[in-house]
Design a protein around this ligand. Structure first.
Ligand code: FPP
Length: 246
């Protein structure tokens, strides 16, 4: 099924609704080019712009990008500062594009740990775009999968203490609906660039049945063409969710 409204001319059947990406390899990209690590992150931000556009054009519903983990706070102060500046620049420079393309911006993670100006930009843009019906761009910033589960447990325990929830009525949906990703379908496809075979504390609960794709490409070199190839690879897979083939 090709569509004229689908500029990437990709078969729309079996398209992943939710794609999550671990954007790894900025540092190695910079090292290879004898540049500072921050240059790798800057080039990585350009790749973010390209993949957000491609996701919207292809018709993916949700794109979740791992932009900054809870562990990344331990990086050298100058690198953390540069990453925060890149996020600030991204929200300022992409604001018009995001609004024009009806993108709905959401952020998951410990937003309160971010610099105040970044928090303000996030608050303003998530609020402005909350009714948008296009791509949901879900940025994981100061995010950790274990922290996500821990904070969900704290919210649940509070409700139990207030008699708003009975432990015997709890099920998997109770946990899903208290995570930062509440209301979003779980990722169908998890892509990791940079070649490492690990999940690095990303969406631990949510990726239970996600299809995995590890690309050796370093994130700054990741482009629309490879992204579309991976989507095509996903379409050809048979998802069994623990059951047998049809
Ligand atoms: C991992 O590469 C990447 C990060 C820790 C940061 C990701 C940030 C960006 C892509 C740019 C800013 C994001 C947005 C949304 C504008 P690494 O530094 O661990 O690479 P390495 O494994 O090669 O050292």
């Amino acid at each position: 099924m090709k569509s004229d409204n689908n500029p990437e001319s990709i078969d729309l059947s079996k398209l992943p609704r939710h794609v999550a990406i671990i954007m790894d390899g900025n540092g190695r990209w910079a090292k290879k080019k004898l540049k500072n690590r921050v240059e790798g992150h800057k080039k990585g931000a350009d790749a973010v712009r390209n993949i957000v556009t491609a996701s919207g054009n292809v018709g993916i519903n949700i794109l979740t990008l791992y932009a900054f983990s809870t562990e990344n706070w331990e990086r050298p102060r100058t690198e953390v500062k540069a990453l925060m500046k890149l996020l600030e620049n991204f929200f300022i420079s992409e604001r018009d594009n995001i609004i024009k393309n009806k993108v709905k911006l959401q952020v998951i993670g410990q937003v309160w740990r971010l610099p105040k100006n970044v928090q303000n930009l996030i608050r303003e843009l998530t609020d402005t775009t909350k009714e948008n019906t296009g791509l949901i761009l879900n940025l994981a910033i100061s995010y950790g999968g274990r922290e996500d589960i821990l904070s969900a447990f704290k919210k649940i325990i509070k409700k139990i203490k207030l008699d708003k929830l009975k432990p015997e009525e709890m099920n998997e949906e109770t946990i899903s609906s208290h995570l930062y990703t509440a209301g979003l379908a779980d990722p169908d496809l998890l892509i990791r660039t940079g070649g490492a075979m690990r999940v690095s504390n990303f969406l631990l609960w949510q990726i239970a049945y996600s299809e995995l794709y590890i690309s050796k490409t370093l994130w700054p070199d990741f482009n629309k063409e490879e992204f579309l190839e991976i989507i095509e690879d996903f379409r050809l897979r048979e998802r069994r969710f623990g059951r047998v083939s049809k």
